[in-house]
Structure formats: structure tokens, C-alpha cells
Design a protein around this ligand. Structure first.
Ligand SMILES: O=C[C@H](O)[C@H](O)[C@H](O)COP(=O)(O)O
Length: 234
């Protein structure tokens, strides 16, 4: 019988707690896996662990606050010890696609402000090549069509074609915590290269994209056979 996906998320989240030490300043990720980590962390806090969390979304902030985890903003604590977050895909060298939940901008800012980022996921997220999961790209609503054309142009330069679709919610464009839109690029494969990432970031209407390169140092992945750790250095 296939393992329960929620149980796998909890297993990965529980293993990440081993990396949390008293006094740490922690980036708190977004998504269903990161939320399991927040719940388990809250149990530790209730048991006396002293940490302060910086949430990567309003959703995570509300959950963490409701569970009694002491919180700060990144302005209060601009240098963090560790961020624990989920991912939509984990590729070679721990290149990631993130943003399925729409939190990629704050997630990337928080991860970049952390000495270490640990990704937690179930085994289904580990892939040989990124891109079966459409790449979320956060864009300014102004000039949306021009920005999409520019993304298509960059895609073609890297041999990529595919639909770029505005993310919708309840019949309206999905709006991020930062007040932007998200387009999801179904290129089928995403080159996990700095050149591609940089070219996307050069488009004026692109606020940030969900390709995370060189940010995660460790992945904790739970599968039916147990939990394994992937070191980003390998
Ligand atoms: O914007 C959302 C985040 O990048 C999530 O970490 C990602 O979508 C994975 O979420 P989940 O753990 O729910 O699959």
C-alpha cells in the first residue's frame, strides 16, 4: 500500500527538527509540508525550546502565531540561522522549483537571508530534470502581456516553448502577499542554470521566479523506505 502523503510530510518535517537548536532564528517556509514543520516546532516551543520564527507568508504567520511560536519580521532579524521550507521539485544539486503556493518571493528573500536552508519533502518531489512542474514567475500586474512576451522570448533563447498561464483564484488573478500576479510557465524542462535564472530576473516586469539555485544546502526526503538526507554538495 502506498504511504500516506501527509505521513511522509510529517516524517520529513520531524527529521528537520534535529537541525534546530535553542536560540536559533528560523525562517518558516510556506506550504503543506512546511506547515507540518511549524506544527512540530510549536510542540517543541511549548516544551521550552527558545526560537524566533520569521514567516515566509501571511498564511504561515497566522498558523505560527496561533500555535504560540514567537515571531519576528526580517527587518527585526535580518540574518537568520536556518530556514526550513518545502519545494515543488528538487533537482540535481538541490536546485528547486518553488512557488506552487504563491510564496516564492518572500521564501527566496528569507532563504537568502539564512545561513542555511533545509528543504523538506516527500520522495515524489525529487526529479532528474526540473520543469514537469510549471515554473511560477511572480510579475508586476502592470504590463502583464509585455512581460509574458518577454518571458516567452527568453524561453526561446534557451530552446523552451510552452504555455505561460496567469494563475487564477476564484475567477480572478491570484494575488501574492506582495500584491503581484503569478504566471506559471509550462516549459516542460527548466534549465537549472544561473544564466537562465539571471535572464528571467532581467525582465523589468518580473519580480522574482521560483527557480532556487544554490540556496538549499540539505534536503530531507521521506519515502516509503524511510527518510533520507540529500547533501547539496554532492
Ligand atoms: O509557494 C509555495 C512554496 O514554494 C511551497 O513550499 C511549495 O509549493 C511546496 O508546497 P507543498 O509542501 O504544499 O507541496
Amino acid at each position: 500500500m502506498a504511504a500516506d502523503p501527509k505521513a511522509l510530510k510529517i516524517a520529513a518535517a520531524r527529521a528537520a527538527l534535529d537541525y534546530v537548536q535553542d536560540g536559533m532564528k528560523l525562517g518558516l517556509g510556506t506550504g503543506s509540508t512546511a506547515e507540518e514543520f511549524v506544527r512540530l516546532l510549536a510542540e517543541k516551543v511549548a516544551g521550552g525550546l527558545k526560537v524566533v520564527g520569521v514567516p515566509t507568508s501571511v498564511r504561515t504567520e497566522e498558523l505560527a502565531r496561533s500555535l504560540g511560536i514567537p515571531l519576528a519580521t526580517l527587518d527585526d532579524e535580518p540574518s537568520l540561522d536556518l530556514t526550513v521550507d518545502g519545494a515543488d521539485e528538487i533537482g540535481p544539486h538541490l536546485a528547486l522549483i518553488k512557488g506552487g503556493g504563491g510564496a516564492l518571493l518572500r521564501e527566496k528573500i528569507v532563504a537568502a537571508a539564512s545561513s542555511r536552508m533545509i528543504v523538506i519533502a516527500d520522495e515524489s518531489k525529487v526529479v532528474e530534470t526540473l520543469g514537469a512542474f510549471p515554473l511560477p514567475i511572480e510579475v508586476n500586474p502592470f504590463g502583464l502581456k509585455a512581460t509574458v512576451l518577454a518571458i516567452e522570448h527568453i524561453g526561446r533563447q534557451f530552446g523552451l516553448t510552452g504555455e505561460i498561464r496567469l494563475r487564477m483564484k476564484d475567477g480572478k488573478p491570484f494575488v501574492t502577499d506582495g500584491g503581484h500576479f503569478i504566471v506559471d510557465a509550462s516549459f516542460g524542462r527548466i534549465p537549472a542554470t544561473k544564466a537562465f535564472a539571471d535572464e528571467l530576473n532581467m525582465i523589468p516586469g518580473v519580480v522574482e521566479h521560483g527557480l532556487f539555485i544554490g540556496l538549499a544546502s540539505l534536503a530531507i526526503v521521506a519515502g516509503e523506505g524511510g527518510v533520507r538526507v540529500i547533501d547539496g554538495k554532492n
